[in-house]
Design a protein around this ligand. Sequence first.
Ligand code: OXD
Ligand code: MN
Length: 599
Amino acid sequence: MATYVEKWIEEIAKLTQPDKIYWCNGSEKEAHRLVEIGIKEERLGGKAVFYELNPKTYPNCYLHRSHPTDVARTEHLTFVCHKDKETAGPNNNWMEPKEAKERLTKLSMGCMRGRTMYVIPYMMGHPDSPYAKACIQITDSCYVAVNMRIMARVGSFVLEKIGNRQDFVKGLHSVGDLDPKKRFIMHFPDDNLVWSIGSGYGGNALLGKKCFALRMASLLGLKEGWLAEHMLIIGVEDPEGNGTYVTAAMPSACGKTNLAMLESTLPGYKIWTLGDDISWLNIGPDGRLYAINPEAGFFGVVPGTSMKSNPNMMRTLKANKFYPTIYTNTALDVDTNEPWWEGVDGPVPKNMVDWQGKPWDSSLNTNAAHPNSRFTVSIYNCPTLSREFDNPKGVPISAIILGARRTQLIPLVVESFNWQHGVFSGARTGSETTAAAAHQIGVVRRDPMAMLPFCGYDMGDYFRHWINTGKKLTPPPKIFLVNWFRADEKGKFIWPGFGENVRVLKWIVDRVNNRVDAKETPLGYVPHLRDLDLKGLDIPKGKLEKLFEINPQDWQQELEDVEKFLNQFGSHLPQEIRQEFDTTKAKFTPSLVKVGPCA
Ligand code: OXD
Ligand code: MN
């Protein structure tokens, strides 16, 4: 008798009409075959799917060039289709599920004609973990199939785990005809279904990642009592060999992947990597918060990656242990057949083609690599991979870091007074937009816990879920805000960042282990300068004080903006968040303000 999975595949094949159906087994042999198909047979937008890079200097590495209109997540085409709009909240696009399915059904009729349908059974999390989830993705792209095998644990064993169950999350993906007008990424929580058509881009097409592991999983977490978060996971080892596990949420362009693989500049400190993008956080049997990384690879932004910004990522990319590594939309040095991107070490090659394969030279004043060009590489290639990565129980988390990119206002590091205050601090977090859109530089986009594009339900309810989770934790982790981007009067960053961020991690670990006290401010606790290890750094005292300056006028303005943002959640906003807001506001009313430099 056909299983539920087989019946579903049959039903989708009837709709999409592929030439062939291929069930992936996750083996390396199969990955070689899929890459070969991508080089020789399958076409995407009329082009080969993969090009082999220099086999001597970049062995087992392949370049993929996407359709020029298909280079990033398309938030405006991403919908969460709950029965009612209110559940989706103001942070999600919503469409009535019946209407959404009708649209997608029309777009999907015969969309796989002439193509192969790949069926990918995959696991998010270690197969032995009680927190892992078995899923199936269908796709008509060998690029997606190869990338899924890097990013998740693919294999026939997943089918055995699913058996005849019906409650696994189904992902249905087709590149369609790559027409942005016919592109949708739709989530159907009541049917455990993600349906994506018209894009081959990672965040839109690798459905285990943002679609399942964040949007759908955030809803599962709400139902089942856990948190799915946009967070890296690291272990910080001190000179005595003690490890402290930390997660950190950061919006894009705030150095999340760099922090996940940080090379310490402090003697005796070592950072161990467990993940760079997603954490699933569960309450363990001892009442502490345990994190697993549901993914098995990195899908990271390439430009800016160098031996200075992230030496361990450069080593990961060259490790050549797990087959293969994929570069998407980088430029290509035609003489050496090697990928190239802005910010990489070394001179700019003389003879290059850009990310679309067109001749490029620096006088063109354009980017050679697309600013959102990506690598997909196995986490097992990472030289700093923690030996706890495959621990099915996960790792106990002592601190949660919430990052922001603000040239003013937010100190280098602040510890929240308690869990509830930390949730409020995360709820009001925003980042200044970067130079990508010149006219918009410095505009603040509020992005609570870096989850605004990824929370599958109303974020007011999400804040409540955080508050409730904290009440069950014994003890809850401490929550810290960090901001590497504070600038001086000339607009120059004060803090050197990158490997030097370990100095902030050290203070966080010292606070978690009650080794140092701290100075109270209206925003939380900040370090006494004597407790921040600054040996070897040449930052004048005045500038260091600026890193922690809290300007009441600026904060009065900031809180007006925060209030507007929080008000959109209406009655869904927990009373506790309102209280925290009022308390903070009162601290900044002129008669009460008493803020000095830390000493
Ligand atoms: C993102 C990503 O967009 O991780 O956040 O790709
Ligand atoms: Mn991300």
